[in-house]
Design a protein around this ligand. Structure first.
Ligand SMILES: *Cc1c(COP(=O)(O)O)cnc(C)c1O
Length: 359
């Protein structure tokens, strides 16, 4: 007998993982309005639908493993060399690869909290230790406190701008002051999943700062503004030397042929897609004003969602919206607040009509 274990046991950090909570999808009953996962409410443009149909024609074949055409297209649009881009099966997967490549047991990954809930999970899977730095009173990154959290074990820092789920963007001057203090040996990842929706004139733009810092990676995704969440495509931009180890751990063939061709077609249709983003930006102002008029002290919203800091009334807000004849699904963070995705104009009308006020 080899000890007393009776079943295979996972790594302890895996056994301790918190579950990722997906946005609600609705079950039986009337089709709900789904404002719970920050997806685009719009279906594919005709050109993208055509690419989807054509790209799915040979499912018996493996995709181009290097996703060369997609990398070339992303690189030329970003004005960088193709080896300064790494695509993966969603930017969450790319971030997982970054953490696998750069961190392990004993290393620390610093990020704001509350921020994207995948961060602590991916950190733990890599075997590293999450260091959560509270947001400030305006639900914004506290970059000074994040700097103060750096130790000689810090390997990676994650900056989410605009921040999911609270909404505000990090400002360019704050980011510059932050980068000036971060040690050159620490990798900074700027997650711009919602960058296309950002209209804050002071917000940092990855494209503007990428060339300035040899220890910076920028993460982007086709899941939000480009409306391809179901296809799973995201990418990182940065120096080739920083990305080579990331490319080395990407799961082979992880970006499917259909995803590659739909992503390329979306880049070619970028102007049309950004018109839709503009509609969402407009609608966001309307929803945010209604949330504030209802009495909630909502922070600035720079993504495709608004945050209601409902605290101990979080469950009440979710229940009120879920009990409507056409239920509205939103994303609760127990005891903290509710994140509501900006939907179509009709979706937002329904939400605004039903918004509860604080007690
Ligand atoms: C939605 C989101 C992503 C994108 O994830 P994909 O894996 O590309 O779908 C990345 N970061 C944040 C903060 C997000 O909210």
């Amino acid at each position: 007998m080899l000890g007393v274990m009776t079943a295979p046991s996972p790594r302890p950090e895996v056994a301790a993982l918190p579950a990722y909570v997906p946005g609600a999808r609705g079950a039986d009953g009337p089709a709900p309005i789904k404002l719970s996962s920050n997806e685009s409410p719009y279906g594919p443009l005709p050109s993208v639908a055509a690419a989807l149909a054509a790209g799915g024609a040979e499912p018996n074949r493996y995709p181009d493993m290097a996703a060369s055409a997609l990398h070339a297209e992303l690189a030329s649009r970003a004005g960088v060399a193709p080896d300064a881009v790494v695509a993966g099966a969603g930017s969450v997967a790319v971030l997982a690869h970054i953490l696998q490549a750069y961190t392990g047991t004993g290393d620390e990954v610093v990020f704001a909290w509350r921020s994207f809930e995948a961060y602590p999970i991916l950190t733990a899977i890599a075997g590293a230790t999450a260091v959560r730095v509270p947001l400030d009173a305006s639900a914004r990154h506290d970059l000074g406190a994040m700097l103060a959290a750096i130790t000689d074990r810090t390997k990676v820092m994650l900056v989410c701008s605009p921040n999911n789920p609270t909404g505000p963007a990090v400002h360019a001057d704050e980011f510059a002051a932050f980068m000036a203090q971060v040690p050159a040996t620490v990798l900074v990842v700027l997650d711009e999943a919602y960058g296309e929706y950002s209209r804050d004139p002071l917000a940092v733009r990855g494209a503007d700062v990428l060339g300035s810092y040899p220890n910076l990676l920028v993460l982007r995704t086709f899941s939000k503004a480009y409306g391809l969440a179901g296809l799973r495509v995201g990418y990182a931009l940065g120096r080739a030397e920083l990305l080579a180890p990331v490319r080395a751990v990407v799961t082979p063939f992880s970006v499917t042929e259909v995803a590659q061709s739909a992503a390329i077609a979306s880049l070619e249709a970028v102007d049309e897609l950004l018109e839709r983003v503009e509609v969402t930006v407009h609608e966001r102002a309307r929803v945010l004003a209604a949330v504030r008029a209802a009495g909630w002290e909502a922070p600035d919203a720079d993504g495709n969602f608004v945050w209601i800091p409902a605290g101990d009334q979080t469950a009440d807000v979710v229940a009120a919206l879920g009990a409507l004849a056409t239920p509205i699904l939103v994303r609760p963070f127990a005891g903290e607040g509710v994140r509501i995705t900006i939907g179509t104009s009709d979706d937002n009308d329904a939400l605004i009509a039903a918004l509860p006020s604080p007690r």
